[in-house]
Design a binder for this molecule. Structure first.
Ligand SMILES: NC(=O)c1ccc[n+]([C@@H]2O[C@H](COP(=O)([O-])OP(=O)(O)OC[C@H]3O[C@@H](n4cnc5c(N)ncnc54)[C@H](O)[C@@H]3O)[C@@H](O)[C@H]2O)c1
Ligand SMILES: C[N+](C)(C)CC=O
Length: 460
């Protein structure tokens, strides 16, 4: 049975199944991808940029259709799906507009008068991208836009839940002018990645966005084969509220940030750390907001509670929630799954989650809130850093300098001050610790799968 299928999580129905690739198809795809590198890398960066601009245009033209596909595949509400598509347009345009500058030669200091030295940036070859289902178009855009702009070619293995959106993305790249073999969508198994793609000298690196489990399995295979990796893994991001002149408003801001994509975002505020003098008001407001969230049909444009992405995701999430409850945490709201064919769960608000309990050191990938009360800025920092992860973070205070002081001590790849975390085309995205290695988006995205070739000249 194929693992690639569209299962509507709002109804539980299997809508379409796609066959998994045979080993021969994977070998053939990799051969074609490596062969296409020669001609694609020889096009000019301006030619590649023009194609990426066209990709952005097509996302705009096909926005309704694209939104319906991911609504069906993973239950994303239509307005959120449209937002994701707009962000993809910005990403493709950003790399189209700036690729030439990001690829420019970099003169090196320290040479004597009769010498010249610079770093030239060259693409490296055929890459493998492995992507998750939570933002099906955006995750691919973050990897594909900078790498196609560089002149690399791509084999893209998407999540088993996303066979239709991944096929449509391939179609759009080709429609925009990316040569057929320079971007190939593959319905590969994990075994084909480990046994065929990564050991091949035709592969020059792999970028994985997903869970720690996937990252560590793929990185182990890549390591065995001496392949470069970029790893964008999970997080348990802290949001720290040091003080607030409007606690209710702060609670609403935190609530909305956590509920984005129904809590299924790597950089969602999974831990909320609040100063003791405002904690009770914050907790009470957030609890009311969680209790008021009601299931809605995500295909209607309604922005109520969406289902989780699949029955399996609901089962995994509820298993974690039950374990946190069994560990002795206090439940302020929710904590049950709805008894529906769709994968709906109640938003759950916990307090009293302690070291050693499930959840304290784990990523809860759904609408779960963990509230922590602290008595000082130092205690807030200590708690924020007491995690195996280090993706993003945010610190809020009416006194921006205080927020900056606390923010500068947080061990994370991203620190936002007085604003919820966001992902924008020009802001480098990535983490430290178990949240990953490397960066996507912004100028740093074009610094990963690139040969930074030294050129040294002796002037006569
Ligand atoms: N840091 C980031 O930028 C970022 C962004 C989005 C999601 N995520 C993380 O992704 C996770 C949720 O996504 P998911 O459930 O789809 O993750 P997942 O790890 O189950 O799957 C991600 C991708 O990896 C593939 N995969 C899994 N094991 C593999 C293996 N052994 N070999 C080859 N491929 C393998 C899957 O088929 C899928 O394509 C969360 O942990 C979330 O935080 C991180
Ligand atoms: C950054 N974001 C939320 C769009 C995707 C992370 O899962």
């Amino acid at each position: 049975m194929s693992i690639y299928q569209v299962l509507n999580p709002a109804t539980g129905e299997v809508v379409e199944t796609y066959p998994t690739a045979t080993d021969e198809q994977i070998v053939d795809a990799q051969d074609r991808s490596a062969a296409a590198f020669t001609s694609w890398s020889e096009t000019t960066v301006q030619e590649r940029a023009a194609i990426l601009t066209k990709v952005a245009d097509i996302y705009g033209e096909r926005s309704d259709e694209l939104a319906e596909i991911i609504n069906m595949e993973m239950g994303k509400a239509i307005p959120e799906a449209k937002g994701e598509i707009k962000l993809c347009q910005l990403i493709y345009r950003y790399f189209a507009d700036h690729a030439e500058a990001f690829m420019a030669d970099e003169q090196l200091r320290g040479t004597s008068e009769d010498e010249e030295a610079f770093v030239r940036r060259k693409p490296v070859g055929s890459l493998l991208g492995i992507m998750p289902w939570n933002f099906p178009y955006y995750q691919v855009a973050r990897f594909a836009a900078p790498n196609l702009a560089l002149g690399n070619t791509i084999l893209l293995k998407h999540a088993p839940q996303d066979p239709k959106s991944s096929a449509v993305m391939e179609e759009i790249f080709h429609q925009a002018g990316v040569p057929k073999d320079a971007y190939i969508n593959i319905y590969a198994t994990n075994e084909q990645v480990a046994d065929i793609i990564l050991p091949s000298p035709k592969n020059q690196g792999v970028s994985v966005t997903g869970s720690e489990r996937a990252g560590s399995a793929v990185a182990a295979e890549a390591g065995k084969n001496l392949k470069k990796v970029v790893l964008e893994m999970g997080g348990s991001d802290p949001y720290v509220l040091l003080d607030s002149s409007d606690v209710k408003k702060s609670a609403k801001t935190f609530f909305q940030a956590r509920m984005g994509n129904n809590g299924q975002a790597c950089n969602s505020p999974k831990r909320m750390i609040v100063m003791e003098d405002i904690y009770d008001e914050f907790a009470s407001e957030l609890t009311s907001l969680a209790k008021a969230a009601i299931p809605a049909d995500p295909s209607t444009g309604d922005t109520g509670l969406s289902p989780l992405s699949s029955p399996a995701a609901r089962e995994r999430f509820m298993e974690q929630v039950d374990a946190v409850k069994a560990g002795g945490a206090t439940v302020l709201a929710g904590g049950d799954a709805y008894d529906t064919p769709g994968s709906y769960v109640q938003p759950v608000v916990f307090e009293g989650v302690k070291p050693g309990m499930r959840g304290y050191h784990e990523e809860l990938f759904g609408p779960a809130f963990m509230l922590f009360k602290v008595g000082s800025d130092d205690e807030a920092v200590e708690l924020a850093n007491d995690t195996p992860f280090g993706l993003g973070s945010a610190v809020f205070s009416d006194d921006l300098e205080r927020a900056e002081r606390v923010g500068s001590k947080i061990e994370a790849g991203m620190v936002f001050l007085n604003t919820p975390e966001g992902s924008r085309e020009h802001l480098p995205f990535g983490g430290v610790k178990r949240s990953g290695v490397g960066r996507e988006l912004g100028p740093l995205a074009m610094d990963e799968f690139v040969n930074k070739q030294l050129v040294f000249k002796k002037k006569r």
